[in-house]
Design a protein around this ligand. Structure first.
Ligand code: DHB
Ligand code: FE
Length: 280
């Protein structure tokens, strides 16, 4: 049977992707960030997932204001890196897993999570930057990736509670798949940042540390953080953190923290990164 055995969370700052693509990861500014992901590179080489369900948000790239799905599952066989204005990132094509994605779609929708299904879309920095941070620059991504896009751009995004419950349902969906697959769920985006308006540049390290503590030890409490509190405390883009709750929900209630990393700043953002495994 398939199993979700670990979760990984990470910020997805586009400038980190540019640092990889332009060979700047050892520059003074970037070195502490990329050193913080060396552990993840070793860990992923050892744990070798077959499939990553990558929870991310599209930034009005493939999904503009014409169509705004709250939760959208990528069911296609492949997804091309998007052109976000500077050409497509020089990263491999993302290979999906249509069979597992179809199973997850059926399980989640019958479990009353009314997903949008997407067979064709390009994937933006929200998805490709986490892959680069964890896998570096391979010829091909070493596992299949099922994109799960969450609307955190246009109000109203889903609640943290709904995201945690979706994680629970995702765990159940994977566990009922009749093939031996080792699956990880990644929750991406965050941590505190605001890209616009008078508070642009806002970082709140206390909020970020508290969020990580709650996500690990008291996910129901993390899930009860209201939209307005994300907005006030973690800035207008801090709401991306609800996606971390999907990854957390996909694990067992008791977990092991394998890695915790935090660095300020990268571009306008507080970079946070966790690796969590089920505690058996
Ligand atoms: C930045 C961070 C993001 O999460 C994003 O989507 C775009 C830009 C930044 O810090 O520059
Ligand atoms: Fe973002």
């Amino acid at each position: 049977m398939a199993e979700v055995f670990a979760a990984l969370t990470t910020s997805h700052v586009p400038a980190m992707g540019a640092a990889v693509d332009l060979g700047k990861t050892r520059d003074e500014y970037w070195r502490p960030v990329f050193e913080g992901y060396e552990f993840a590179k070793r860990w992923i080489a050892e744990t070798r997932p077959d499939v990553v369900i990558l929870v991310y948000n599209d930034h009005a790239t493939a999904l503009g204001l014409d169509v705004i799905p709250t939760f959208a599952l990528g069911c296609g066989a492949e997804f091309e890196p998007a052109d976000e204005g500077w050409g497509r990132r020089p990263v491999p094509m993302v290979k999906g897993d249509p069979e597992l994605a179809a199973h997850i779609a059926q399980s989640l929708i019958l479990d009353e999570f009314d997903l949008t299904l997407i067979n064709r879309m390009d994937v933006d920095h929200g998805l490709t930057v986490p892959l680069s941070m964890v896998f570096g620059q391979p010829e091909a991504w070493p596992c299949k990736v099922i994109p799960l896009a969450v609307n955190v751009v246009q109000y109203p995004p889903p609640t943290g509670n709904r995201c945690l419950r979706l994680g629970h349902a995702l765990r159940k969906a994977v566990a009922s798949y009749d093939r031996d697959l080792r699956v990880m769920v990644w929750g991406t985006g965050g941590m505190s940042h605001q890209l616009q308006g008078p508070r642009a540049g806002l970082i709140n390290s206390e909020f970020d540390a508290r969020f990580m503590d709650l996500l690990i030890d008291a996910p129901e409490d993390a899930a009860s953080i209201r939209h307005v509190d994300y907005l006030r405390e973690s800035g207008s883009e801090g709401i991306e953190l609800v996606m971390w709750l999907i990854a957390r929900g996909a694990l067992t209630p008791k977990i092991r923290t394998v890695r915790r990393f935090y660095h300020v700043p990268a571009s306008n953002t507080a970079v946070g990164h966790l690796i969590l495994e089920n505690a058996i």
